[in-house]
Design a protein around this ligand. Structure first.
Ligand code: ATP
Length: 140
């Protein structure tokens, strides 16, 4: 089985979407290995999104991700990384509402930035992101 990192971003938590998102998680066959609520500060958010540091939207992204607490979840299932990306839908929530109406981002996202959830984009990112929040976690 594979692990991936999901984050319910500040708009998702604030909008009380947690329960609905967790229902989708369970219905899609994931198990929740770990979860924690945390408030990112500028430094931690910038480290987490370091790959985007040169992008025009970086400062706005950091402001968004530090605007309130986030719920960080380690998900596990076979093919977890790709399957979670499918379940959350495309980055742009406006497009998601049209092309992937059953996706999580269609359900609770607002636009290209405020898209309510995160999912690791590769196995390597998943491992980096899981240890970023939880350190090395054991068991398979
Ligand atoms: P995530 O990494 O959060 O799962 P993603 O892989 O779909 O999302 P990335 O391209 O990695 O998207 O961008 C990371 C995050 O930065 C997006 O989820 C979104 O919140 C924000 N973002 C991406 N592109 C833009 C943009 N053009 N304008 C504003 N915000 C953006």
């Amino acid at each position: 089985e594979e692990k991936t990192l999901a984050i319910i971003k500040p708009d998702g938590l604030l909008g009380n979407y947690t329960e609905r998102i967790k229902n989708v998680i369970m219905d899609s066959g994931f198990s929740i290995l770990r979860e924690t609520i945390t408030q990112l500060d500028e430094e931690r958010a910038s480290t987490f999104y370091a790959e985007h540091s040169s992008k025009s939207f970086f400062s706005s992204l950091i402001k968004y991700m530090t605007s309130g607490p986030v719920l960080v979840i380690v998900l596990q299932k076979k093919n977890a990384v790709a399957d979670w990306r499918t379940v959350i839908g495309p980055t742009d929530a406006v497009k998601a509402k049209v092309t992937h109406p059953n996706s999580i981002r269609a359900m609770c996202g607002l636009d290209l930035e405020k898209n309510c959830v995160h999912g690791s984009d590769s196995l390597q990112s998943a491992q980096r992101e899981i240890s970023f929040f939880f350190g090395e976690i054991s068991s398979g």
